[in-house]
Design a protein around this ligand. Structure first.
Ligand SMILES: [Zn+2]
Length: 290
């Protein structure tokens, strides 16, 4: 089979309950990646600095206006209007900051401009602002894109084999258990993945932490940039510490913490939906067969 002997994991054809699994494509598609690229209009591949910056500046403008609105006018609102205004602010700011998060993600894919240094500078600033270690995640995320669906090499949302499911798994397979799991996943899933590789690819040769320059996720060429990513996140943490010191922890949580949780929830939700539908194909590499 093309792409170096990939072996598709076929759904069990005898299992009656698996109408969904029957939709899993097990054959090589009748088109190539090149065909797909040709079907996309060429202008979509052009990277324009003015256009990219216009998206970035628009998001910064809206986000700053929301911040100004919340800090300058919410304290003037009569009781109980702040209880309505703050959730509205969190929802709006969470959406806008998700847009900013996505722009930084595009920088990691070198899609912001034709200049790698500019993409990395913009990505580093804005991912750091959202407490994402820019280079660290850029590298693991790139590997995720080139190994999507691989049971051995994909970086995230790697499905467990039945034999690897823990004994308590059966107690979580009900509406209440799933609600608890999804709540934890949407609130803590992203930081837990970055820090402890939760739901990530198993690495046997060391602690797979995105903040650790010697983590097995990275090669020697990449390690220096992991320090830079950590410095970016630490600088923002220090800024937040100073902000909390001058305006109070509650203010910091309200203007930044809750919207950031919404951003994290969005990105876990988006990737969760993209990567865990039962009809998505997964494959293993057939060793020794070219
Ligand atoms: Zn991506």
């Amino acid at each position: 089979m093309g792409a170096g002997g990939r072996m598709q994991v076929s759904p069990p054809s005898s299992s009656p309950e698996t109408k969904t699994l029957k939709r899993v494509p097990c054959e090589t598609p009748p088109f190539t990646l090149g065909d797909l690229k040709k079907a996309i209009p060429p202008h979509c591949f052009k990277r324009s600095i003015p256009r990219s910056f216009s998206y970035l500046l628009f998001d910064i403008l809206v986000s700053s206006s929301l911040y100004h609105l919340s800090t300058a006018y919410f304290p003037l609102l009569p009781h109980p209007l702040p209880y309505l205004a703050w959730p509205l602010y969190w929802a709006c700011q969470g959406c806008v900051l998700t847009g900013l998060w996505v722009i930084a993600h595009e920088c990691g894919h070198h899609a912001f401009s034709d200049h790698q240094w500019l993409d990395d500078a913009v990505g580093l600033v804005f991912h750091s602002f959202l407490l994402v270690p820019y280079f660290s995640w850029k590298y693991s995320h790139r590997r995720h894109h080139s190994n999507t669906g691989s049971l051995e090499r994909d970086e995230v949302f790697v499905p467990k084999k039945k034999s690897d499911i823990k004994w308590y798994g059966k107690y979580l397979n009900n509406p209440l258990g799933r609600t608890v799991m999804l709540t934890v996943q949407f609130t803590l899933g992203w930081p837990l993945y970055l820090a402890f590789n939760v739901s990530g690819r198993p690495y046997s040769d060391g602690f797979a932490c995105h903040f650790h320059p010697n983590a097995p996720i990275y090669n020697d060429r990449e390690r220096l940039q992991i320090y830079i990513s950590d410095a970016g996140v630490l600088s923002v943490c220090y800024g937040l510490y100073r902000y909390a010191g001058s305006r109070g922890v509650a203010s910091m949580v309200c203007v930044y913490g809750v919207p950031l949780m919404i951003v994290n929830c969005f990105l876990v939700l988006i990737t969760y939906l993209q990567h865990t539908h039962p009809s998505l194909p997964h494959y293993i590499l057939r060793s020794g067969i070219g």
